[in-house]
Design a protein. Structure first.
Length: 360
């Protein structure tokens, strides 16, 4: 199909975004010449949906799938989310990052979007976090930039905000962090009123993607710790994610919001013309002696409408609760415990890898 005019075909039914060669090159991190060579030499390159005077245009989702197939290495970006706090979300995310690095030799980026900043302090300590926060080297600055008056220079510095080789465990060598800030609480409430910018180019749910897209594929896994809500900051995390996991205590209150998460994520993904895969439910703080816990796990596993439950349940133990303290340790066994805790986290991480790669 060839269009000689300047109008684009209607894509309202699919909800997909359209991109030109410049945007394709930007998505891939290469020059337009390289993209032109791909179009000429690679039969897998998607056909344009229209040829305008300004050049061909493509469906963004088809381009993303092509880039994933083309590149031998692209990051798996996975969000962790639950609408209830205190369910072990931070501990699960930190453990996944550390085990992916130390036990499976993966390069990991952790993006902490939760204003409680617990994950940040677990990985760099409270003193380091305070220094970063005072200097403006947190993700709060990224979102604050979107609220500044037009013409005012942005202050977010990705290079200085990115903390490399974090974790207090010697065996963990390949985990980087984009830290959070308490200021995100105020920022989220104000983002809905941000200026749409020239030609409506500003989208409040697209701020994080624009800021970090050039570094994502430096990693094997990117873990995005989302706030316990479905607000704009959370949607920024989901916007860059291929899938999500739901850490939860197996009780009524902690699992009540899972269908709502599924529905909202699915609707958000549909609005983008994308797929955000349900990777699975991670059972945390499990007490085998509790009838409530046993019955809730059975219900989760039997409900075909819910995501799969990872087979390994993380037990409730003092050692795991104490792992949130930023204290120097040599090994993950020393941090998480010798009485089956280390084994549980390692097994859960292995199951996580299998599910993510299976759904990629």
């Amino acid at each position: 199909m060839t269009f000689t005019g300047g109008a684009l075909p209607d894509t309202s039914e699919s909800g997909d975004q359209l991109v030109g060669l410049f945007e394709v090159a930007e998505m891939a991190g290469v020059s337009r010449t390289v993209v032109a060579n791909w179009r000429t030499r690679d039969k897998r390159f998607p056909a344009p949906i229209a040829d305008l005077r300004s050049g061909p245009v493509f469906r963004a989702s088809q381009i993303r799938r092509y880039l994933k197939r083309r590149k031998s290495h692209m990051a798996h970006v996975i969000a962790t989310i639950n609408l209830k706090g205190g369910v072990g979300k931070t501990t699960t995310t930190a453990a996944l990052a550390e085990f992916l690095s130390a036990e499976f030799n993966k390069r990991v980026l952790v993006i902490d979007l939760d204003p409680q900043t617990n994950l940040t302090t677990v990985l760099v300590g409270e003193q380091k976090w305070e220094s970063l926060n005072d200097s403006g080297y947190t993700l709060a600055t990224l979102f604050q930039d979107a609220l500044r008056p037009e013409g005012e220079s942005p202050k977010f510095n990705l290079g200085k905000t990115l903390q490399q080789n974090v974790s207090s465990v010697d065996a963990v060598r390949k985990v980087d962090l984009l830290p959070s800030s308490l200021d995100l609480i105020d920022v989220q409430d104000r983002l809905a009123s941000m200026s749409s910018g020239r030609f409506y180019s500003n989208n409040p749910t697209d701020l994080l993607r624009k800021a970090v897209r050039k570094i994502l594929d430096d990693y094997d896994y990117v873990l995005v710790d989302c706030p316990p809500n479905l607000g704009i900051v959370t949607l920024n995390g989901l916007r860059i994610s291929d899938g999500y996991i739901i850490p939860t205590i197996p009780d009524v209150l902690s699992t009540y919001g899972i269908p709502q998460i599924q529905q909202r994520v699915r609707a958000f993904a549909d609005s983008l013309g994308e797929t955000i895969t349900e990777i699975g439910i991670v059972v945390t703080k499990y007490r085998a002696a509790s009838a409530v816990h046993r019955n809730t796990v059975a219900r989760l596993e039997d409900d075909e409408e819910l995501p799969v439950v990872l087979p390994t349940y993380i037990p409730e133990r003092d050692n795991i609760a104490g792992s949130a303290e930023f204290v120097g340790r040599s090994t993950l066994r020393q941090k998480y415990g010798y009485q089956g805790e280390y084994k549980a986290f390692r097994s859960m991480t292995e199951e996580f890898i299998e599910l993510v790669e299976e759904n990629a």
